[in-house]
Design a protein around this ligand. Sequence first.
Ligand code: NAP
Length: 416
Amino acid sequence: MSPKFKHIVVPKEGEKISVKNKKLVVPDHPIIPVIEGDGIGRDIMKATRRVVDAAVDKAFGGKRKIAWMDIYAGENAQKLYGELLPKETLDAIKQYVVALKGPLTTPIGGGFRSLNVTLRQVLNLYACVRPVRYFDGVPAPVKHPENMNVVIYRENTEDVYAGIEWAKGTKEVKQVIDFLNKKFKLSIRSDSGIGIKPISVTGTKRLVRKAIQYAIDKNRKSVTLVHKGNIMKYTEGAFRDWGYKLAITEFRDKVVTEDEVNKQYGGQIPAGKIVINDRIADSMFQQILTRTGDYEVLATPNLNGDYLSDACAAQVGGLGMAPGANIGDFVGLFEATHGTAPKYADKDMINPGSLILSAVMMLDYMGWGEAGKLIENGIEQTIKDKTVTYDLERQMDGATKVSTSQFATNIINNMR
Ligand code: NAP
């Protein structure tokens, strides 16, 4: 047991990932903290670790290996520490930089609003990143799900998620309503609840910067700012304006705005440039259905991104295969996007795809993309073979239902 931690055992054979000159330095045996998660977390984390270990081994011929380090949150933390989110769990993620997480039950009433939201806020993981792509053969509700290949960068700390709200009838809400009505001559009804929607230059810039940098690194063609600025001018409209300003100020030689393309380049995108455009949120929901292939990277305030990422995931077959990550300046917490689905816990039947694909994002973040690619190929082939977990099997003609662990084994066997 490490002298520094009470319950976390630091693996002897591994080393820390560090940050030097604003870059991650990943040793060949990096220590990666893991929160197993509640409910089905136990099933999908086991499967995911096995798949990742096999992919890393195959991709790097045994030279590299992850040293997994269990850390605790949720039910197992409650048993060990008597609290749901111990400080040493947060410290471990900060110190070891990259971590993997299963789903956690949100306690109902009292204490935390949500363990997940708390983790993001305490660790300042300001970008929620959700790539959405189609896997051939997954049942989807649209005619051409294969046209979808977007990455959503959702601001993770501000907007109506900042948690600033007052319930109808409280002393606080009365004070707020009285102040606003008197000071600004408004007529807010006294039987209202009130929520505050802060959107800052700081929060917007760091999010949009990450989205554009991703587009540059991955050779993506456009970054779309998704906002409702026609109605909420000084929050969502400002998000759009600050986003464009940042693009021009910090990435001038790499980007061109849609307006410039139309006015200065006769509608032709100059070679090698990334187009920065913007769409009003309601229109974006139509566009992603009707002109799916036109969109590549989306940068959004918190609430728009929340709705949009689930809608995009539904378009390609649902949450079972939708990965996610919460990323700050360097710390990255990679996690399944679904919850703990308690009725399926410990039954070895749930789809581990979302967590496995989140681990693929993690490998990519670490610069171990070769291993991630092997996993993606393994998943593609396994779905083509129609040997899938219950959720996919019930929607696919002629499919064979397999357990969580068998699905993982099939992915491993299909890695090429
Ligand atoms: P949920 O756990 O996501 O499950 C809802 C339904 O989604 C399941 O019954 C199942 O549908 C389907 N599903 C979820 N994961 C799946 C998977 N891996 N493969 C296939 N199908 C899957 O949502 P919930 O029941 O509303 O929430 C349960 C708990 O999880 C709550 O405490 C909630 O707060 C928490 N939660 C945590 C996170 C997180 O940690 N990031 C996120 C969301 C919710 P079928 O029964 O139709 O097959």
